[in-house]
Design a protein around this ligand. Structure first.
Ligand SMILES: NC(=O)C1=CN([C@@H]2O[C@H](COP(=O)(O)OP(=O)(O)OC[C@H]3O[C@@H](n4cnc5c(N)ncnc54)[C@H](OP(=O)(O)O)[C@@H]3O)[C@@H](O)[C@H]2O)C=CC1
Ligand SMILES: CCCCCCCCCCCCCCCC(=O)OCC(=O)COP(=O)(O)O
Length: 311
């Protein structure tokens, strides 16, 4: 009897694996949703990943609303996009800009109204803007913990909540947030940043479940290190700028590749995407499956960082 079952199981397992592989190939090959004429709002579009997202969504024919705090830098992005419009496969549009500070949630409602006035609707909101932090919890002012939370968490959720009713009315739209590997694992000397990204992950996971029945997908994207100004602009425990391009940042992924991955995730309405190498990905699994080992590794990482600082 056992031999009969064993002999019968193998083809079944092989067939299941075959179906799974075929499914994955087909899913990868799906062209995904078209973005021609879609109204795409990108926060933090003046630099780094946001600017590269602006490039790829513009080239895909989206009508962009670019957001940031610095009008001149955003205008520069608009000029660059206009200059690169010729020869693209799709019809392209000159982006609109809306200037506001995400850390000042009292202005976010007005900004949302301004965003909606641009094209009368929002098809994709990409919450990308953010700042990072470096510091030791013992020496970090509570105001710094709060400020990072305002920019990375309260700002994006205020903007999302202000734009959501118009999406619900149309039963159409897509909410995207750029989180981080640090939204899934917390590493030493990043408390404010990791906490803000964990909060982001939790909020948007709740939102996904709550608005699924309106046909509005929620995509959380968690990249590893990217070559941008993030570490340069990071704040320290006393609120001053870190002002250094860290080695990890300098050796990170090309923001153009990450922007292409964001485009793909939007087209495929992916729910949760980790864009990182094998070690961070392993660390994410370890945090859930073997937390004791993960905590040991993080303590050792903290020891090493302390030693480097003391030298
Ligand atoms: N670089 C990396 O290694 C990684 C980055 N990420 C995430 O990617 C996202 C983009 O960061 P990245 O491109 O790397 O960094 P950059 O510093 O290059 O870009 C950050 C952007 O956020 C905007 N921004 C910052 N603070 C505010 C604010 N208070 N109000 C409005 N806009 C603001 C900045 O605009 P301006 O200053 O012009 O107003 C800038 O355009 C962030 O959410 C970050 O956490 C995730 C994983 C890794
Ligand atoms: C049994 C063997 C297990 C091996 C497990 C290895 C564990 C390695 C730990 C890896 C930690 C990776 C941290 C990655 C952090 C990251 O990518 O963050 C992205 C950012 O948001 C960067 O922001 P920052 O301001 O920190 O530059």
């Amino acid at each position: 009897m056992e031999r009969v079952m064993g002999g019968g199981m193998l083809p079944l397992v092989l067939a299941s694996v075959g179906v799974l592989v075929l499914y994955r190939i087909l899913v990868r090959r799906r062209p995904g949703a078209a973005l021609q004429d879609a109204v795409v709002v990108i926060t933090g579009a003046s630099s780094g990943l946001g600017k590269e997202c602006a490039r790829v969504f513009h080239a895909a024919g989206a009508r962009l609303v670019l957001c940031g705090r610095d009008a001149a830098r955003l205008q520069q992005v608009v000029q660059e996009l206009k200059a690169n419009s010729t020869g693209t496969q799709h019809q392209t549009y000159t982006p609109s800009t809306v200037i506001f500070d995400l850390a000042d949630t009292s202005t976010v409602h007005r900004a949302a109204e301004e965003i909606l006035k641009c094209y009368g609707q929002v098809d994709v909101l990409i919450n990308n803007a953010g700042i990072s932090y470096r510091g030791n919890i013992l020496d970090t002012h509570l105001s710094v913990q709060r400020d990072v939370m305002e920019t990375n968490y309260f700002g994006p959720i205020a903007l999302t909540q202000a734009l959501l009713p118009s999406m619900v009315r149309r039963r159409s739209g897509h909410i995207v947030v750029i989180s981080s590997v640090q939204g899934k694992i917390a590493i030493p000397y990043r408390s404010a940043y990791a906490a803000s990204k964990h909060a982001t992950q939790a909020y948007f996971d709740c939102l996904r479940a709550e608005i699924e029945h309106y046909g509005i997908p929620v995509t959380v994207i968690s990249p590893g290190y990217i070559r941008t100004n993030l570490s340069l602009n990071a704040v320290t425990g006393d609120g001053s700028k870190h002002g250094v391009v860290d080695k990890t940042t300098a050796m990170g992924s090309d923001p153009r590749d990450v922007a292409q991955a964001v485009l793909k995730a939007v087209r495929h309405r992916s729910k949760d995407v980790v864009l990182a190498g094998p070690l961070p990905s392993l660390a994410i699994y370890l945090r859930t499956l073997w937390p004791a080992l993960f905590f040991k590794l993080m303590a050792s990482r903290a020891r090493k960082e302390r030693k480097l600082k003391d030298e």
